[in-house]
Design a protein around this ligand. Sequence first.
Ligand code: SAM
Length: 219
Amino acid sequence: MIEDSYRHKGMRRNLIKTLLEKGIRDKAVLEAIQKVPRHYFFDKAFLEHAYQDKAFPIGEGQTISQPYTVAVQTELLDIRPGHKVLEIGTGSGYQCCILLELKADVYTIEYNKKLYRQAKSFLNSLGYRAHFRQGDGSQGWPTFAPYDRIIVTAGAPSLPDALIHQLKPEGKLVIPVGNEEHQEMIRITKDAAGKINSESHDYFRFVPLLGKYGWKKNK
Ligand code: SAM
């Protein structure tokens, strides 16, 4: 079993200070980040990288997102306990754990088969319960739609209509949209009548969203 020592908890408190300095204000989001041991998602040899505010490779050419990016996306999502949340891009499963700590009912999709298998079995071994699927999340997960919240953790070339359709009225979609170099963080809010409002929140750099409504590349 991996250890979560006082030293690790202290390193997480320092990370929270950094996130506060960078403008993250949502207490529930900061508490969730304090609770999830990010070093569990790192190989032992790279433990000292776990609490730096940096993205890090997780194999298969993919990354665990930077803590600041996780915090911004989660803050924009504005999760309430019991929300049904679709995450596109399970990756390491770290963001999924943050959503679970906020008491969301999480549906998470990963395109890469190896990462899907790893994240599913690792999160289960930690006692984190989500609904996992391997497949193309650019098309959403229609079987369980509609969702209160949708988060996309890979850079999309444009806004996939399929995801907007799978949002509930008063639902929110947070998605980075742009070219392969940098993407604008877009928050879409659907009002009670189904009308769409879009806001832009700064630029980030994500690995590409693949699949039907993503960048056309091999898996
Ligand atoms: N949320 C992740 C975490 O906490 O570790 C970080 C995700 S990483 C930045 C982006 C992930 O999106 C990669 O694992 C990639 O394989 C996945 N991905 C890319 N295109 C996808 C698609 N169409 N459907 C599902 N997952 C996809």
